[in-house]
Design a protein around this ligand. Sequence first.
Ligand SMILES: *[C@@H]1O[C@H](CO)[C@@H](O)[C@H](O)[C@H]1NC(C)=O
Ligand SMILES: *[C@@H]1O[C@H](CO)[C@@H](O)[C@H](O)[C@H]1NC(C)=O
Ligand SMILES: [Zn+2]
Length: 303
Amino acid sequence: MPRLCLSLTVLVSVALPARAAPVEPSWKYWAQDKWWKEFPQCGGDQQSPVELRPTEDRFWYYGRGPRVRFAKRLKAGRLTATNTGRTLSVTLENDSGEPAVQLKGSRSGLLSSRYTLDNLHLHWNDPAGGRGSEHKMNGAFEQAEAHFVFFNQQYGNVSAALAHVDGLAVVGLLLRPDAALSLSLPTLGLDGDLPRLTQMGSSVTRQVDLRPLRRPLRVALRTFFSYHGSLTTPPCSPAVTWIVHDHPVSIDVPFLQQLRTSMRANTAGTETIQNNWRKLHKLGNRALCKYDRSFLRNWLSCR
Ligand SMILES: *[C@@H]1O[C@H](CO)[C@@H](O)[C@H](O)[C@H]1NC(C)=O
Ligand SMILES: *[C@@H]1O[C@H](CO)[C@@H](O)[C@H](O)[C@H]1NC(C)=O
Ligand SMILES: [Zn+2]
């Protein structure tokens, strides 16, 4: 026990001086129709989110889909949660500072390379309970959406990866406050962190057991929608292979309620982070694929 407390103290004291003063992003969700003026890629034709609908016929065998790989010693993981002014962003590492999660593609497959988790962040609605997800799936929005953002290891980091079509892979989970769903997003104690993250730019680092993430990510990669798109925030780089699990996943109700009300979106503290989702964009002539890995079968169907 004393060892655990010591390392926690070290983590916190090391993490704080490195933090830069919060800089408010220049863009606002309510002005998203104008993002393209400052960030031209936001006006492109490969934008996200899009509506995800079942695909028709044209099935073919595809081989192995992407697999998720977890670092060793996830039980003593490390988490840093930050109020960016636009979302709750979380980085996850094991106890030696290695990235906690990677995606491994296959030669013939959807992801040609290895991708490393950069951050997990969320999009949500407001307490009135309307739309909060970015993607629309099978005709419906959900109340929130989680994004696990991975960068292609050959580019080294997210900012370098943004310049490449195969730069990023984002695993999306559409979130519904319904405990009866078979899969749930673990809160990882973030509900306990939110009271310390009300100020824009504030951040918390602590130890955490990351093992509860294993099941939802593994299950998400068995059946999903996939298409090529973009970041859903400026600069809207069209660098993303989207992997969106095809069933809603449950989110803890008190956690969702806290998300909707607790974090400030500006340095003055006068705005709250709510409805941090982007409007739908046209799929256009992009392929929308559905991947299904079940017993003895790996199917990809696209339209
Ligand atoms: C953290 O994960 C990496 C990658 O799996 C592994 O090489 C390393 O040994 C792990 N750290 C510890 C202390 O186990
Ligand atoms: C990202 O990688 C590029 C290319 O290797 C490098 O020039 C840049 O400094 C890195 N950026 C960060 C934030 O680490
Ligand atoms: Zn996102």
